[in-house]
Design a protein around this ligand. Sequence first.
Ligand SMILES: CC(C)(COP(=O)(O)OP(=O)(O)OC[C@H]1O[C@@H](n2cnc3c(N)ncnc32)[C@H](O)[C@@H]1OP(=O)(O)O)[C@@H](O)C(=O)NCCC(=O)NCCS
Length: 156
Amino acid sequence: MTIEVRPFVAADTIPTWEVFHAAVHQTAIADYSPEQVAAWAPDSVDVALWRQRRLRSWTFVAVVDGEVVGFSDVTQTGLLDMLFVHPDYGRQGVARVLVTRVIDQARALGLEELHTLASRTARPAFEAFGFVVDRSNDPNWIRGHNLPNYTMHLSL
Ligand SMILES: CC(C)(COP(=O)(O)OP(=O)(O)OC[C@H]1O[C@@H](n2cnc3c(N)ncnc32)[C@H](O)[C@@H]1OP(=O)(O)O)[C@@H](O)C(=O)NCCC(=O)NCCS
């Protein structure tokens, strides 16, 4: 499988939201309840706001055979906010390729550290990339539901 990573463009708006929705509802459901995933990834999206948020960070998409299969990002302050891979392409190294690109970008920005709020589902992947847990966030309220997660960081 050849994984291409490139910067997000406006045409990636819906495909990235679809990856996000599928990753939460089909993969993260292993670690959170149906009510929790529904609060995390509602079935509708404000498309303009979603695009604006992706464009506000350095967002990178992973593409396989012309299809967006994952995305990640980093802000000017070193927050890796998003890391989502479509369940059909899970456990094949897509997140690793994306995070490698994010780390390159962070270094190019002169950052010394990346930080993230990792879901229970993503924690093992972040640990595989060298991130360490700073603390557990419980409760962590999203739309009235508690979605515990972990504050993690990676020294660059
Ligand atoms: C977390 C997620 C992005 C990982 O994507 P992925 O493409 O499957 O990850 P990779 O294949 O690149 O795996 C990266 C590393 O993490 C490990 N890993 C991934 N998922 C794992 C799991 N559930 N349990 C244990 N290890 C895991 C892999 O073994 C791999 O390590 P290795 O290369 O040393 O073998 C994906 O599962 C996902 O989208 N999850 C749901 C959404 C979510 O929780 N996103 C994070 C929000 S903070």
